[in-house]
Design a protein around this ligand. Structure first.
Ligand code: GDP
Ligand code: IMO
Ligand code: MG
Length: 448
């Protein structure tokens, strides 16, 4: 059975893009199945840095097909900008990219609504969204009446549908005819002309990706599913309401892609060696101090999409263990281990104290998480720079112990350790029971 999925086990930015790029070598098809241009995935190779938002991180390799499925919300301007960026830098996108005709389209009003509505939680708190129109587009998808899918753009009735939606949006947003600072004037003719121009450019990429992927799975082609965001941002199972609007845990792979779980035989949970979060919501192990500064500066923890400084803290085993179980991962990739170098001692949160009780389960209500006081265990740190290390044996003893402890606590073998952003700065680990489960699992295919 041919499928692998890569799932973030924290609050996003676990370096999924780096891992997907590496694993692409052993797969035929790379699939983005949820989220949208809120994602920012980085691949570094040979001194060149690539930032991808909507296009799967496999696009940099030859001989693969990259698929964006119906579970994604697609901003046509953003995806075309990304295609142009790649082509401009010598990456041929051409026939390598397929965009699902079921993908929901992000329109300018979604972006405006996102910016207008963030901060309107009870109490005026902000989710701190990426401002890419993600929540409003998913809301319209579920609401059905005001939604447009990519395939709709090529239907004869589209101009009428768009006029109907623009009129409804104008009513809902209380637009009286003049543009406001927060909301652009919604001019149906202008938006229609823009959309049809974008649609013409996108048409060669549009396909029924569900049929394509089911055929591919049945033919034994190897699929790699690239999660966006992280398990704790999952709309149903994350730190609601401080979440994104899709199922960003492993549970979303099937619904977002149209490929049922029977085709997935390997699930890799990706963790940073510490915790980060960008935007609002609780982060129990947050370090608003010199440790947090160390992590932010050494880890270059500034948002890929918005450049916002990421909040940083110690590794949270309670949160990551919940995420590993929920996402059903079999093994772990521990990324950014090098960033911990130079700290005298390291902490891992193994339990929370909430209202005088010690708990090891992840609370279902965000208010309980806000009150959670982390209970830490302390491990020795190391001073060495890990950037040039290429084997587990080459890691300082303290770094080996730290990685081993994460694996023990999460109850999963660590199969990959990353010690720098570059493709080359990656350490495959043979783990107990290795053999079939050792990494890389799939032999490199002979390519024509
Ligand atoms: P993603 O959203 O999960 O793909 O992760 P991002 O790309 O948003 O953030 C991960 C950041 O860490 C990127 O800037 C990567 O280039 C960088 N990175 C990846 N692996 C490592 C690593 O092992 N060490 C260091 N120092 N940086 C890394
Ligand atoms: P990748 O794929 C980190 C966060 C936002 C905000 C919340 C909701 O790069 O890991 P949204 O715009 O989705 O409505 O914002 O989710 N968020 C991310 N944080 N990495 C991401 O993606 C994120 N995508 C969304 O900061 O808190
Ligand atoms: Mg990111």
């Amino acid at each position: 059975m041919p499928g692998t999925c890569v799932i973030g086990l924290q609050w996003g930015d676990e370096a999924k893009g780096k891992l997907v790029d590496i694993l692409t070598e052993h797969h035929d098809i790379v699939v983005r199945y949820q989220g949208g241009a809120n994602a920012g995935h980085t691949v570094v190779s040979g001194g060149e840095t690539w930032k991808l938002s909507l296009i799967p991180s496999g696009i940099l390799r030859d001989g693969v097909t990259c698929v964006v499925t119906g579970g994604v919300v697609l901003d046509p301007v953003a995806v075309l900008r990304e295609i142009d960026m790649l082509e401009g830098r010598g990456v041929r996108v051409g026939a390598k990219l397929l965009l699902s005709d079921r993908t929901h389209v992000v329109f300018p009003w979604h972006v405006a609504e996102d910016r207008l509505l963030d901060g309107s939680l009870a109490g005026g708190e902000a989710i701190g969204t990426t401002g890419r129109g993600i929540g409003p587009c998913y809301r319209d998808k579920v609401g059905r009446a005001l939604a447009v899918r990519l395939g709709d753009l090529y239907r004869p009735g589209f101009p009428d549908t768009l006029r109907h939606i623009v009129a409804a949006k104008r009513r809902l947003l209380g637009l009286q005819g003049e543009a406001s600072a927060a909301l652009p004037e919604l001019d149906a003719d202008g938006i229609l002309a823009d959309t049809l121009r974008l649609a013409a450019r996108l048409e060669p990429f549009v396909a029924d990706t569900t049929a394509f992927l089911l055929d591919a799975a049945e033919a034994g082609r190897r699929l790699l599913f690239e999660g966006a965001q992280g398990t704790l941002l999952d709309v149903d199972h994350g730190t609601y309401p401080f979440v994104t609007s899709s199922n960003s845990s492993g549970l979303g792979v099937g619904s977002g892609s149209g490929v049922p779980p029977r085709w997935i035989d390997r699930s890799i949970g990706v963790v940073k060696a510490y915790s980060t979060r960008v935007g609002g919501g609780p982060l129990p192990t947050e370090q608003d101090n010199a440790v947090g500064m160390h992590l932010r500066e050494r880890g270059n923890e500034y948002g890929t999409v918005t450049r916002r400084p990421r909040r940083c803290g110690w590794f949270d085993d309670v949160a990551a263990r919940y995420a590993a179980r929920l996402s059903g991962v079999d093994e772990l990739a521990v990324m950014l281990l090098d960033v911990l170098g130079g700290l005298d001692e390291l902490r891992i949160c193994t339990a929370y104290e909430i209202d005088g009780r010690t708990v090891t389960h992840f609370p279902s209500h965000v208010d309980d998480l806000r009150h959670a006081r982390p209970v830490y265990e302390t491990l020795p740190g190391w001073q060495e720079d890990l950037g040039a290390v290429r084997s587990v044996a080459g890691l300082p003893g303290a770094a080996q112990r730290y990685v081993q402890r994460i694996g023990e606590l999460l109850g999963r073998p660590v199969s990959i350790v990353s010690v720098g952003p570059d493709r080359a700065q990656t350490i495959p680990c043979d783990h107990p029971g290795g053999g079939e489960r050792s990494w890389p699992r799939h032999p490199s295919p002979a390519r024509a």
